[in-house]
Design a protein around this ligand. Structure first.
Ligand code: SAJ
Length: 440
């Protein structure tokens, strides 16, 4: 592991001599902010996406995703003419690939988006270009990308065959930014750079130093791939520990929130917070890339996935039990008990509902319970189609508090934290975040 020497000229100036034009493939939660930040440093950026709506939106200076301040940076970059989006790749000095890497049903990594990106850029590649893979990927994906590129362009040489003398440089450089803080973390976080050869790494470092203030730390491609997976598996295992504690404490009639706060007073203990499960497109997915490749060895990482994936079902059981309790106490039918779910996003203060345990819980409850289900989600205006079809109503927090008999607190959005509602008589609270009661 080493860090590379800085240039005497400013990083943007030095890189500007080599990288006059950069192309970012995939204009989603990572690609668009990355493209916009490069453009904000005065480099011409061509963003490429298969989604015509995204391309159109960006070219009109707007954004199709929610991330603090991204709209301002994209608007400035397009207005100044440094950022342009297109459906078809164009020649550039460097290509950054930031496309999704989901898994298939059996948790096998699905590299089809990377393959499609490779096939899309191959025709416009030219000698001296750099190709960087940013998408979270299983170990070996960068080598696979290089071999797809080589297949498509037999007239060019690649590092797997030509080593340092290759026409095209290839590197893996994972994104590590936290949704909600993307623009700050893109600049401040250290960057792990895994070139397929030292010269590949050097070129990738030169590129990222255009805007990265953190250190650019160099390793090989396989270690960089595993590093990204390790970071998210580490977090998943630690959240699983907290989630498992919440189940244990519930059985033993102990407040898990108080317990964790007390244990964390030990100088070497730092337990994370339990919740309704683990969502998003990273932590609930990436550990599987390790388990899939090394199932015999990755026992703890696998167990953590099972614990976290099981948590939403435990919450569903708690809400169903709460409905029965209300019906029994009131002497009414379960169909007369109204349930309000507070929060649908996969984590606080965002509108992103990808792989959200809260969404999954509400969807399941709407299918299983006979009574009215209300959802409160301050970050959206329209309820996702599948919840609307199940008869779920999107309501304000005030309406839910005034009318629901069971309050299921699923996401600790700022607004929910700020105002703990006064509990009406007979209301049962299932609090998966420990902000309204100590219940779950
Ligand atoms: N969660 C808990 N308890 C906690 C912390 C989180 O239940 O104490 C839950 C959240 O509610 C959410 C899920 O875990 O459902 C994931 O949220 P997160 O904030 O931990 O992470 P992400 O998915 O938003 O972003 C992660 C980050 N990785 C790490 O912190 C190691 C981010 O830096 C990565 O760039 C991102 O994954 C990614 O793209 O891989």
């Amino acid at each position: 592991m080493r860090t590379l020497a800085r240039h005497n000229s400013s990083p943007a100036e030095a890189a500007g001599q080599v990288f006059k034009r950069i192309s970012v493939i995939g204009l989603g939660y990572i690609g668009l902010p990355t493209a916009a930040v490069f453009a904000s440093r005065g480099i011409e950026v061509i963003g490429v996406d298969v989604n015509a709506h995204a391309v159109e939106t960006i070219n009109s200076g707007r954004v199709h995703i929610v991330e603090p301040d991204l709209d301002i940076v994209v608007h400035a970059a397009t207005t100044e003419g440094n950022l342009r989006a297109t459906l078809v790749p164009e020649p550039a000095d460097a290509f950054l690939i930031a496309v999704p890497t989901p898994f298939k049903n059996d948790h096998e990594p699905d590299l089809s988006y990377i393959k499609a990106a490779a096939q899309a850029i191959a025709p416009v590649l030219a000698k001296g270009n750099l190709v960087v893979l940013e998408s979270t990927s299983p170990v070996g994906a960068t080598e696979q990308l290089a071999s797809w590129l080589a297949e498509a362009r037999p007239d060019l040489s690649f590092p797997q065959h030509a080593g340092e003398a290759s026409d095209i440089r290839v590197a893996y450089c994972p994104e590590r930014v936290l949704p909600g803080q993307v623009l700050r973390e893109l600049v401040d976080n250290d960057r792990v750079i895994g070139g397929m050869s030292p010269r590949c790494s050097q070129m990738a470092c030169d590129l990222y130093r255009v805007f990265v203030v953190g250190e650019c730390v160099v390793t090989n491609a396989r270690t960089a791939e595993m590093c990204k997976l390790t970071e998210n598996a580490f977090r998943d295992v630690n959240i699983a520990f907290a989630n498992e504690l919440s189940l244990i404490c519930d059985k033993l009639d102990i407040s898990v929130w108080e317990l964790i706060a007390l244990a964390n007073r030990h100088p070497r203990v730092n337990i994370l917070q339990p919740g309704p499960g683990v969502g998003g497109h990273c932590i609930a997915v990436d550990p599987w890339f390790i388990v899939n490749r090394t199932p015999e060895e990755a026992r703890l990482i696998h167990a953590a996935r099972i614990v976290n994936d099981g948590k939403p079902y435990w919450v569903i059981g708690k809400v169903e039990a709460a409905v029965e309790e209300v019906a029994r106490t009131r002497g009414c039918a379960p169909a007369d008990v109204r349930v309000a779910a507070f929060g649908l996003a996969f984590k606080p203060d965002i509108d992103d509902m990808r792989e959200s345990p809260a969404m999954m819980i509400v969807e399941h409850l709407a299918g299983a319970l006979p009574g009215q289900i209300m959802a409160v989600e301050p970050n959206i205006d329209v309820l996702p189609g599948r919840l609307a079809q199940l008869g779920v109503a999107l309501v304000s927090a005030e309406d839910a508090i005034a009318t629901a008999d069971v309050w299921a607190l699923l996401v600790d959005h700022r607004g929910f934290r700020a105002k703990v509602p006064a509990r009406r008589d007979g209301v049962v609270i299932v609090d998966t975040r420990g902000i309204w009661t100590d219940a779950a």
